[in-house]
Ligand binder design. Structure first.
Ligand code: PLP
Length: 399
């Protein structure tokens, strides 16, 4: 018999399954609020003008396609470091940060998880409750036991900070704490600057290992403002990990462009840590792909293209904000008794709407509006054409 005869079907990815159902829906009013992708007001994934310009220049130059260094090119990694840590960072000047290009933010988490498993195989990993569903899977696949810490408060639709602190204070020294640096996925609930400062203090006191996941820099308040957590940990003297991604803020999803950065105690330590991270990369995929990273590096190195990118990024951020406010107003205008004003306070692409699984199901059945069964919706899939329709549907199912 076949060597695969006993293989079981793996469970379907809930969000990709949603896409399939959406694609099969014949209604022309259908709306997909399930996926984590930014769409413009016409419902298209934008190709940023700054990226297009960099790509045209690159195509004209027709560069050869040799292998890249295992950790990716210095120009790219330096550009990543400047965005995350700020170009005047003391840590960067001291050589205390190593960065390796990675295959998207997911690849950065994977490299970080594999390296942490070598560094401290006995550590436990803690993720927020709830979190991006791949966090648990990635760290479990690296061999870790993964547990939750309290994060979201469904009552206030904000952060359950007392619960979170209580959980952090129970963790054993050396535990890895995965933190969403900004624009928490799936809830849209972020910590305040003061709360971040407290989290840094607890990590310091208890000897925890922070791992900041930054998938949405620039989608909440701006490039530097959204780096508040990275900057707070940088000032603490702690060692920590940071994964970052250009999928959303450069609209380069399928090019798979991200990076893993590790903050060490000294330049000399950095050299040793980088040598080990390179070993992890070498045995995973040898070295990263060229194209997407080259575009990002070219945009960030050019004064003109960088300014254009910042304007385009601000445009995406402002449009999401406008859709948040617009949804709140449009729901109110239906006479809906339930208050949705919290949607305008949440940040990033997502909102935990509080819609129940049954209400989400009704949205799909009766309106052709697709959302995750947890009630998570992607605000970046709303536009001026579907906003009122979605608001009416939410009002109808919550009546
Ligand atoms: N981390 C979080 C919190 C995310 O939401 C995402 C993407 O949805 C990622 C990481 C992965 O990003 P990438 O698509 O660059 O792998």
């Amino acid at each position: 018999s076949s060597i695969f005869a006993a293989v079981e079907m793996a469970p379907r990815d809930p969000i990709l399954g949603l896409n399939e159902a959406f694609n099969g829906d014949a209604r022309d009013t259908k709306v997909n609020l399930g996926v984590g992708v930014y769409f413009d007001d016409n419902g298209k994934i934008p190709l940023l003008a700054a990226v297009k310009a960099a790509e045209e220049t690159r195509l004209k130059a027709a560069p050869p396609r040799g292998y890249q260094p295992i950790e990716g090119p210095a120009a790219y990694n330096t550009a990543v470091q400047n965005l995350l840590f700020g170009k005047d960072s003391d840590l960067l000047a001291a050589g205390r940060v190593i960065t390796a290009q990675a295959i998207g933010g997911t690849g950065a988490l994977k490299i970080g998880a594999d390296y942490l498993k070598r560094l401290n195989p006995e550590a436990k990993v803690y993720i927020s409750n709830p979190s991006w569903e791949n966090h648990r899977a990635l760290f479990e696949a690296a061999g870790f036991i993964v547990e939750d810490y309290a994060y979201y408060d469904a009552g206030t639709r904000g952060v359950n900070f007392a619960g979170m602190k209580a959980d952090l204070n129970k963790m054993a020294p050396g535990s890895v704490v995965l933190l969403h640096a900004c624009c928490h996925n799936p809830t849209g609930a972020d910590m305040s600057d003061a709360q971040w400062a407290e989290v840094v203090g607890i990590c310091q006191e208890r000897g925890l290992v922070p791992f900041l996941d930054m998938a949405y820099q620039g989608f909440a308040d701006g490039i530097d403002a959204d780096a508040v957590a990275i900057r707070a940990f940088s000032a603490s003297g702690l060692q920590f990990f940071a994964s970052s991604s250009f999928s959303k803020n450069f609209s380069l999803y399928g090019e798979r462009v991200g990076a893993l950065s590790v903050v060490t105690a000294s330049k000399e330590e950095s050299a040793r840590v980088l040598s080990q991270v390179k070993r992890v990369i070498r045995t995973n995929y040898s070295n990263p792909p060229i194209h997407g990273g080259a575009l990002v590096a070219a945009v960030l190195a050019s004064g003109e293209l960088r300014a254009q990118w910042e304007t385009e990024l601000a445009g995406m951020r402002d449009r999401i904000r406008a859709m948040r406010a617009g949804l709140v107003d449009a729901i109110k205008a239906t006479g809906c008794a339930q208050d949705f004003s919290f949607v305008a306070q949440q940040r990033g692409m997502f909102s935990y709407t509080g819609l129940t699984a049954a209400q989400v199901e009704r949205m799909k059945e009766e309106f052709g509006i697709y959302a995750v069964s947890t009630g998570r919706i992607c605000l970046a899939a709303l536009n001026t054409k579907n906003l009122d329709y979605v608001a009416k549907a939410i009002a109808a199912v919550t009546k």
